[in-house]
Ligand binder design. Sequence first.
Ligand SMILES: *Cc1c(COP(=O)(O)O)cnc(C)c1O
Length: 413
Amino acid sequence: MTVTSLAADLSELDRADPLARFRDRFHLRDGLIYLDGNSLGALPRATAARLQQVIADEWGEGLITSWLGAEWSTAPQRIGDKIARLLGADPGEIVATDSTSVNIFKALTAALSLRPGRSKILSEKTNFPTDVYMMQGIEAFSGGRVKAVAVDPAAVLDALDDDVAVLLLTQVHYKSGRVRDMAEVTRRAHAAGALAVWDLSHSAGAIEVDLNGAQADFAIGCGYKFLNGGPGAPAYLFAAARHQAATPVLSGWFGHARPFSFEDDYDPAAGITRFLCGTPPVLGLAALEAGVDLLLEADMGELRRKSLRLGDLFMERMEPLCDRHGFELASERDPALRGSQVAYAHPQAYQIVQALKEYDVVADFRAPDILRFGLTPLYLRHRDIAETVERLEQVCATRAWDKPQYHQRAAVT
Ligand SMILES: *Cc1c(COP(=O)(O)O)cnc(C)c1O
């Protein structure tokens, strides 16, 4: 479908949209246009009822018997298996657990243990900061035996020398939305003797991912973005079946072969369970599961096609604003290289994002000068995109962004 025909009749496109029925499955305030589902996904209606049931029945009534009776104790594996269906992994290769940052530590240290003669963890500058911070923490903890190396994004493949144990990359860049070719990059890492760890925070639930098709070694990602798992939702960790003999460094009792034998020494469980650490956060997992269940009802191919269509429409409508108001496209046009977001650079990006809230549009700002618009095909309509650009035009035309309160940076952006 061409962009011109898109422009012709947006309401017709919304009527014909095979994903349109999902919008009502979310709680969304009337009038609000929410373009931040890549930072915190919207609330699925089913989540509140599900949490109420977990709190009142399973916790309130069942108390400690719910660890078995309500299957709390196997929730990390059960939800992991569901996430595996979204990511091209097999059952038993993913657990839902901990935060993404902690899972980065676990995946990197497991990968390092599988490449004992090598010392480098390689990544790219401009990666999401926590990824590189975790690498630097491992370097410090190792007393310098392990080296954290972050090079320019374009130089990553050339930096794969015979001392690189593990390559850590984010498949969809958090700012630009640029997509890395997971299969090809993993092949290059393997050719150099290294393992590949993929951060899927902006991929899962947004683009089609095929971890095993790409021969990925480890992967991690967030539960609160496109998976709609709620604020601070548990993250997930993928360890390819062939790597599950690695001994975890975070050797907690929930990863033990017999946690309730209370043995004196650590003996890791078989399979993916050894990548658990402590007691699972049951309430957070219940909310995450509701989000993942909803996503599993949708077809990922349809999701991806709609996401790209929304992005095409957005960029088309933004063209006059680029000329008139100085926005500069900071993401890729090529669908193969584009995640589920569109980004623009603008010197007043921060103020404009604040002023947009007055117009009931929520987008986000990423330092130093990026406006980021997350495209969530489950609950955005084509007409929301056109409306967003109209409201943005008003913000610029009236200089609504030029107010003293918008020149003060908030702590969370
Ligand atoms: C959002 C995001 C994270 C967040 O990590 P947390 O531990 O959940 O705070 C990590 N990596 C990437 C690439 C992200 O986009």
